[in-house]
Write a protein that binds this ligand. Structure first.
Ligand code: ADP
Length: 727
């Protein structure tokens, strides 16, 4: 199923070619069908046209035949003007009408009877056997053309005898035309022979009979020499039935209209199967005969249409359609198969390209890597190896491929390696860390090389291979050794230097101590003698001398204080401090007694809200520290302010933190880091002091494993603190 999914870059497309084939074959089918059907149509139209021609010809032939028959009769009458009804009957019977002229309904002669001749004609007719002959309709004053002979003398034709056809307009017009032209057809009439029984449309055919049988040249002569008309009445239905009897069967439907107008009142004949319907073909023809026009309307009948050719058109179209779809199906299937093949080929190509690219990349990485990359099989046989290995181990690649990896190991490592691999393959347990382990390698020239190796395993189609990435760490090892040596040197040097410094320091401190100590004796002498001078010679000394001596005493005192402080500082720095639990309360009590004069003088109050705790410290040093802090709090207060000091302790984990808070002048923040330095004094002029007190505090606390600090703001008092380990 996975292969069915469209690959990236191959949107599955509907193949176009099969649709093109389908469109083309459908087009071809349509074209062939169209061509065939139009060819059929032409063929069928020709067949129809032929059929109409045959029909037209049959009608024409037939009417021409009747015309000839009438012309023959006219010739005979012209030649024998005294012809009797018996002669006419004998002539007619010789014509064998029913045999040769099946459509002929009657054959007669209308004799020209000028005004005044009617009585003689009647007389003669009666004389020759037509006893009740009369001319009708009666019109004695005009020229008339009564029917004098008519054959066959059946009951219908008997009705026509004596009928003056000239009196009826349609016949009159045809007779006029026939007189002029020698021959004419009448328009549509109802024959006098017709009764109510099966009435049919009728028409008449006239041929003029001229005296002496010659067709006169001018109209006037024709009029003059006309002696009558041989004529035939036709019942249209009977006539056309006669024409299309026997082998001349009417193949199409036919309507015959008198004149040019197609209208029911002009209809002469309609073939029996001419049912009004939409026919495949229709054709209107004109037939000109004896100066008269007939309009013939031909149509195909269902029977005729059925006989036309079109069956193979349907067959061709249907099979073309089927073939088109079969062709489409086949090409679609082929195109799909081809598309699928192309896609899978392209997928394969892409896969191969990706594989090649990745192999290329790996090869390049392996070739350019600074580390040796060696792949072995499960028997430790070297499969691949890169350039860097040549450099590290001194062998050529060709010398190594196919060899056992153990040749790159010192003798003592080989069995260990083999056992390790065998165990790993058997149990999956790793004997050494694979992520990076330092192992010795063996160079071609026999020397050992320190290596750092990482391992990897690959399983492919049942084969297990192991890859080692091997780094030569000779240089690193050397560098590490150097660093170790340097450190060792450095430590030795530092130790020596420290010892020297300590020695110098000791000497210096001893020196300072002795100087300070020795300075005090002359100072005390100066102070003592100045004092003696003031007391013993008080009377002799004037004010100035007294002032000078007072200054000597003060200076000597300051000098003494300074030396005292320096000695304290030096002591604190040098002395061995043995630490033991000390009661801060007890220490404070001593200090209060020590500073009692000062406290009283300044009217100061010292608040200790709670009992102070015990700490691990050196008692004299703690006393010195607290004395210095309290002295400062008493000293650095504005003249107008009575000092108020609060001392309290708080828990600080392993230590107690002791706060000494005052309401003095405060310290601006910029001096924060300075005031614990020796000889640092912020308010030198206004307040006496040596600038050593806080230096002693810090030194002392630090030597007792504690810390010291303060918080203060100018004019808002100071809060000094120190921490010492809890007792
Ligand atoms: P001094 O002998 O001047 O007291 P210290 O080392 O004890 O020397 O103090 C250094 C300086 O720190 C002092 O000169 C003073 O300016 C400032 N100082 C110390 N303690 C206080 C305090 N409680 N309030 C204000 N200033 C103080």
């Amino acid at each position: 199923m996975k292969d069915e999914a469209p690959t990236e870059g191959f949107p599955r497309q509907v193949p176009l070619f099969p649709f093109l084939v389908l469109a083309l074959s459908l087009l071809f089918t349509c074209l062939v069908t169209y061509y065939l059907s139009s060819a059929n149509r032409v063929k069928n139209a020709v067949r129809f046209a032929n059929a109409t021609l045959v029909t037209d010809a049959a009608i024409n032939d037939s009417l021409n035949t009747y015309t000839a028959l009438l012309r023959g009769g006219a010739g005979l009458l012209a030649a024998s003007p005294s012809m009797t009804k018996d002669d006419f009957e004998a002539y007619f019977s010789r014509l064998r009408v029913s045999e040769f002229y099946p459509g002929l309904f009657g054959f007669g002669f209308a004799k020209r009877t000028r005004p005044g001749e009617q009585a003689a004609l009647k007389e003669e007719m009666r004389r020759t056997g037509r006893t009740n002959f009369t001319i009708w309709p009666e019109s004695s004053n005009e020229e008339s053309f009564p029917v004098v002979f008519i054959e066959p003398m059946n009951w219908r034709n008997q009705r026509a005898l004596g009928y003056d056809m000239y009196s009826e307009p349609v016949r009159h017009e045809a007779m006029e035309k026939a007189a002029r032209r020698g021959f004419a057809l009448s328009g549509k009439v109802t024959l006098v022979q017709e009764t109510d029984e099966n009435p049919q449309a009728g028409f008449l055919m006239y041929v003029g009979v001229y005296a002496k049988g010659i067709f006169p040249e001018t109209d006037a002569e024709r009029k003059e020499k006309l002696i009558g008309f041989v004529y035939s009445p036709f019942r249209a239905d009977d006539l056309f039935a006669g024409i299309f009897a026997g082998s001349r069967k009417l193949l199409t439907s036919l309507e015959v209209y008198d004149g040019n107008t197609i209208a029911p009142e002009h209809l002469l004949f309609r073939s029996s199967h001419a049912i009004p319907r939409k026919s495949l073909f229709k054709l209107n023809d004109k037939l000109y005969l004896g100066g008269h026009t007939w309009t013939l309307v031909h149509r195909t009948t269902p029977e005729f249409e059925r006989s036309l050719e079109h069956a193979n058109v349907y067959w061709v179209f249907a099979s073309g359609l089927a073939l088109s779809f079969i062709l489409f199906g086949v090409t679609f299937f082929l195109a799909k198969a081809r598309q699928r093949a192309e896609e899978s080929e392209q997928r394969l190509r892409q896969k191969r390209e990706r594989l090649q690219a990745s192999e290329e990349l790996h090869r390049t990485i392996a070739e350019t890597a600074a580390d040796a990359i060696i792949t072995i099989d499960s028997h430790s046989k070297i499969i691949t190896i890169n350039r860097a290995a040549e450099r590290i181990f001194g062998y050529k690649i060709e010398e190594l491929v196919g060899q056992n990896l153990t040749m790159l190991m010192p003798e003592r490592m080989r069995s260990q390696h083999e056992a390790g691999i065998a165990r790993y393959i058997a149990t999956g347990k790793k004997g050494i860390p694979w992520g990076g382990v330092e192992l010795p390698g063996l160079h071609k020239d026999g020397r050992e090389i320190p290596l750092e190796i990482s391992f990897g395993e690959m399983r492919k189609s049942g084969n297990r291979t192991f890859t080692g990435i091997i780094r030569d760490i000779t240089e690193r090892k050397k560098a590490e050794e150097q660093i170790r040596n340097l450190n060792r040197d450095l430590e030795n040097r530092v130790r020596e230097r420290t010892a020297e410094l300590l020695e110098a320091n000791n000497q210096m401190e001893t020196f300072v101590y002795s100087i300070a100590h020795d300075l005090r004796a002359p100072l005390r002498a100066m102070r003592g003698f100045a004092q003696a001078l003031r007391e013993d010679y008080a009377m002799q000394l004037d004010d100035q001398a007294r002032d000078y001596s007072a200054r000597i005493i003060a200076s000597a005192k300051f000098m003494d204080d300074l030396i005292n402080d320096l000695l304290s500082f030096s002591r604190i720095t040098r002395a061995e401090l043995t630490l033991s639990p000390i009661s801060l309360d007890a220490v404070l009590l001593q200090i209060r007694q020590q500073l009692a004069d000062d406290i009283a003088e300044k009217e100061a109050t010292i608040d200790v809200p709670a009992k102070l705790p015990d700490v691990i410290a050196h008692e004299a040093t703690v006393r010195q520290v607290m004395t210095n802090l309290l002295s400062n709090s008493l000293k650095f207060v504005s003249k107008s302010v009575r000092p108020h000091i609060v001392i309290r302790a708080e828990d600080a984990g392993a230590n107690w933190r002791v706060w000494v808070e005052d309401n003095g002048i405060g310290i601006s923040p910029e001096y924060r880091d300075r005031i614990f330095g020796i000889f640092e004094r912020l308010h030198g002029g206004a307040y006496a002091g040596t600038g050593i007190g806080l230096a002693i505090v810090r030194k002392g606390i630090e030597r007792m494993n504690g810390q010291v600090g303060f918080e203060s703001e100018l004019d808002k008092g100071s809060r000094f603190w120190f921490e010492l380990p809890k007792a």
